[in-house]
Design a protein around this ligand. Structure first.
Ligand SMILES: [Cu+2]
Length: 523
């Protein structure tokens, strides 16, 4: 299981595929766009099923090792069509795929012979229109649903399936959609096309990325963190992390291909106590493009674990470390170019509780700040492309909490009640910008400066500075209701997405603050 020291020559070890690093950058960028487009498509099609196979992982990883990364698997070995598109991911053969897959089952609808879509957007549709983009590799699986002989033919591409004979027989074929337009697919068995077995394949011009406006929700809910450990003896704690690349929603109508731990930004909040042994199982999803790894700032040892966890898609690595010092620490991917991996979303926090835990509060939250470097200016619709030059010269377009613009305003504000004590574990993934973290309308009662819980907290703080790769803990009691605003007090960044709400239920007009002049005798 432990792949330490193993290298995979088929997959570039970082750097190689980053656009903009060399004079050939333009061309590479173009291919990266294509790759990204293809990937986006695949993440949509296959991500959910990819999770279902996590238990097969060991075997899948071994098989994937033997697969050249460049193989076009859909052509190399068609998946059994009877399993439908989703199940195709169970085979590592199609893990590096870059095909758009449709599955059609033959059947009868309203007295006519038809094709019926299986899985994905076309599920259940009669003679579905197959939407693809120019240049995409298209794979069509045909399943015989009722027992008569059938096939699928697309004349314009000179593409056709084998004839499927007998119920549940299946066949698969693929072709590259080089011609733009609408073309018929149909059954070539005599009379079947006229009987209803005909549909359209619509090949749209341009890359898919230009059309995509929606993406997966990659936002980590700030309330999504494990509860306090408190009193218990040190033990072995297993941590499962999966590196997943997916097209996610960056803003309304704007997406980006995030690289994540466990599909969200930041990655899962890891909580252990001092003296625990942390056994980290890092799995790189089979449909990843990049190698990934993990560096725990809470660990003592080479690369914080990154030296033992550089893994190719489909692989798994295990590294174990002792949590020697309590504190709040960042973890992040440490595969070159590290800045690229971090900006794309590969960071999270680990809390190593001191013996007995932290003082109790009513609510705890998990917030991390990051910035993103896109070719397109802030506010552009469509799918964003990472800009390596901007990354190197530290000129971000986007700043955000928890992975996207609006993550902590529109989708997941922090909620509390007046009178409660609140704690925010706040970290900066970055990769480059130091945060001047502040909650507008509040004063931090306690700040665990520099993330240290071994030193006494500082009392009564307005704004706390948190460097990239650093974290802090702030506690405060909320005295009254109202909307409070989380910001980096370098407020230009709020205009680029960096803002969050703390919505507090409770009386909003009281003697601590109220509209108008001081009231007689009250103050
Ligand atoms: Cu990575």
């Amino acid at each position: 299981m432990n792949h330490k020291g193993r290298t995979n020559p088929q997959v570039p070890r970082g750097g190689g595929s980053h656009p903009g690093q060399d004079p050939a950058g333009r061309e590479r960028r173009a291919s990266a766009r294509l790759l990204a487009a293809v990937f986006a498509l695949f993440s949509a099609l296959l991500l959910a099923p990819a999770f279902g196979q996590s238990h097969n992982h060991g075997a899948a990883a071994e098989t994937a090792q033997a697969q050249p990364a460049q193989t076009e698997p859909a052509q190399a070995e068609p998946a059994p069509a009877g399993e439908a598109a989703g199940a195709a991911t169970a085979s590592p053969i199609v893990s590096y795929h870059n095909a758009t897959i449709f599955t059609l089952r033959t059947g009868i609808a309203q007295g006519r012979m038809v094709y019926i879509g299986v899985g994905g957007d076309i599920d259940g549709q009669v003679n579905p229109t197959l939407m693809v983009h120019e240049g995409e590799l298209v794979q069509i699986n045909l399943i015989n649903g009722e027992g008569a002989e059938h096939d699928v033919v697309i004349d314009q591409y000179a593409a056709r399936s084998a004839i499927v004979i007998g119920k549940n027989a299946s066949s698969t074929f693929s072709f590259t959609a080089t011609k733009v337009g609408e073309f018929a697919y149909f059954c070539s068995i005599a009379g079947h096309r006229a009987a209803g077995m005909e549909g359209l394949i619509h090949v749209m011009p341009g890359l898919r990325e230009a059309m995509e406006t929606e993406g997966a929700d990659i936002v980590r809910d700030p309330a999504d963190l494990p509860g306090p450990i408190g009193q218990r003896q040190p033990q072995v704690v297993r941590v499962d992390l999966e590196t997943v690349e997916l097209e996610g929603r960056l803003d309304d109508g704007t997406t980006y291909v995030y690289w994540t731990f466990n599909n969200k930004v930041p990655g899962p909040f890891v909580r252990v106590r001092v003296g625990d042994t942390v056994e980290v199982h890092l799995r790189n999803a089979a449909d990843s493009v990049m190698m990934h790894s993990v560096d725990f700032h809470a660990a003592t040892g080479p690369g914080g674990g990154a030296d033992f966890t550089q893994i190719a898609p489909g692989e798994e690595a295990v590294v174990t470390f002792k949590a020697l010092k309590p504190g709040i620490y960042v973890y992040h991917c440490a595969t070159p170019s590290v800045a690229h991996h971090i900006t794309s979303g590969m960071y999270g926090l680990i809390l190593v509780e001191p013996e007995g835990g932290l003082p109790q509060v009513d609510r705890e939250f998990y917030v991390m700040q990051g910035e993103l470097y896109t070719v397109e200016p802030f506010g552009t619709k469509g799918m964003m492309e990472m800009d390596y030059d901007k990354l190197l010269s530290e000129r971000p377009e986007y700043f955000f909490f928890n992975g996207s613009v609006g993550a902590l305003t529109r989708s997941h504000p922090l909620y509390a009640n007046a009178g409660e004590t609140v704690r925010i574990f706040f970290g900066v993934g970055g990769p480059n910008f130091t945060s001047s973290f502040h909650v507008i309308g509040e004063i931090f009662d306690h700040v665990y400066s520099m993330g240290s819980v071994m030193s006494p907290p500082v009392a009564g703080v307005q704004t706390v500075t948190v460097p990239p790769g650093g974290a802090t803990i702030v506690d405060f009691k909320i005295d009254r209701g109202g909307h409070y605003v989380l910001v980096d007090h370098a407020l230009s960044r709020a205009e680029r997405g960096l803002v969050g709400y703390l919505i507090v239920d409770g009386p909003e007009n009281d003697d601590i603050m109220h509209a108008g002049p001081a009231q007689d005798g009250a103050e």
